[in-house]
Write a protein that binds this ligand. Structure first.
Ligand code: SF4
Length: 78
C-alpha cells in the first residue's frame, strides 16, 4: 500500500476527506445525476464544480459512486 493510498483511507475512515474536481472534467453530467447535493454544472455547462462538501454518510457514498462513474477520473478526495 502506497503512502497516498493509506492517507486516502484514513481520510475516508475519519470522514475528513474533501472532494474536488480536476480540470480534466468533460461535463458529462454523471456526477451531477449521481450526487446532486454535491456537484453542479457551471453556468456555461463546460465543467462541474463542488457546490457543497458531502456531510452525511449518504452524500459521501454518492460521491464515491460518482467518482467510480467518472469517465476521466476527474473527481478526487484529499
Ligand atoms: S463525472 Fe467526471 S467528467 Fe463527468 S461531469 Fe462529473 S467530474 Fe466531469
Amino acid at each position: 500500500m502506497t503512502p497516498n493510498m493509506l492517507h486516502y483511507i484514513i481520510q475516508i475512515m475519519t470522514r475528513k476527506a474533501t472532494v474536488y474536481i480536476q480540470d480534466t472534467c468533460i461535463a458529462c453530467d454523471n456526477c451531477v445525476r449521481l450526487a446532486p447535493e454535491t456537484f453542479a454544472l457551471t453556468p456555461d455547462q463546460l465543467m462541474v464544480y463542488v457546490k457543497q462538501q458531502p456531510e452525511s454518510d449518504t452524500a459521501r457514498h454518492r460521491c464515491r459512486h460518482a467518482q467510480a462513474a467518472c469517465p476521466v477520473q476527474a473527481i478526487g478526495f484529499r
